[in-house]
Design a protein around this ligand. Structure first.
Ligand code: KIV
Length: 231
């Protein structure tokens, strides 16, 4: 079985094939999920809630993400491993983002990073892509902004926010992102964004219109009664 690359994901979208993405935080589950054919293993900063018991992702550290991504990378042979960059590891400046995302790539062997935010992050995405760091975007409900957003609420219900999210997705694609997570957006909006983009959208709580769903693995198993994202 050949390894999944960012190019494979683009080809899958072109062919209309579904991408299967799950969160993963350790080598054992990486091995099991990889062997079962999961395409993308996202080492989500949700681990700060799911594993570490925090009430949000905000206190996740780069060291935590590097530790868990290293484990996941050891267990994965075929899947694309994506390291979710924690709060304030990429927002301060593009230079800081290159330093921290580059560190994650070098120390963990992951294939890509994920960062949250749309148009305001586009210049940073462009810089990362230009130095050879593949980037997955993340818009809609961006958990690192939970306090600014007033809670874990559906995003894009009104016209202005919906238009902004469409522009965010387009800006990420133009900046070179290879995919975009759409979290907690209404299904019709997710569908419009998915159709407008050539890169795949990966949905969580965004209806069935994306090319790939991503699920928090522990939630999917029903292990977590304080479910991070009920979908
Ligand atoms: O941290 C995470 O698990 C995520 C997914 C919900 C997409 O960002």
């Amino acid at each position: 079985m050949s390894s999944i690359t960012t190019h494979t994901l683009l080809e899958m979208k072109e062919k209309g094939e579904r991408i299967v993405a799950l969160t993963c935080y350790d080598a054992l589950f990486a091995r099991l999920l990889d062997a079962s054919g999961v395409d993308v293993l996202l080492v989500g900063d949700s681990l700060n809630q799911v594993l570490a018991g925090a009430s949000s992702t905000l206190s996740a550290t780069l060291e935590q993400m590097i530790y868990h991504t290293t484990m996941v990378r050891r267990g994965a042979e075929r899947a694309l491993v994506v390291c979710d960059m924690p709060f304030l590891s990429y927002q301060i400046s593009p230079e800081d983002a290159i330093k921290n995302c580059g560190r994650a790539m070098k120390e963990t062997g992951c294939h890509a990073v994920k960062i949250e935010g749309g148009q305001p992050m586009a210049a940073t995405v462009r810089r990362l892509v230009d130095v050879g760091i593949p980037v997955m975007g993340h818009i809609g409900l961006t958990p690192q902004s939970v306090h600014a957003l007033g809670g874990y609420r559906v995003q894009g219900r009104d016209d202005a926010t919906a238009e902004r999210l469409k522009a965010d997705a387009a800006a990420l694609q133009d900046a070179g992102a290879f995919g975009v997570v759409l979290e907690l957006v209404p299904a019709p909006l997710a569908s419009q964004i998915t159709k407008a983009l050539t890169i795949p959208t990966i949905g969580i709580g965004a209806g069935p219109a994306w090319y790939g769903p991503v699920r928090v693995w522990h939630d999917m198993l029903g292990l977590d009664d304080q479910c991070f994202a009920k979908v």
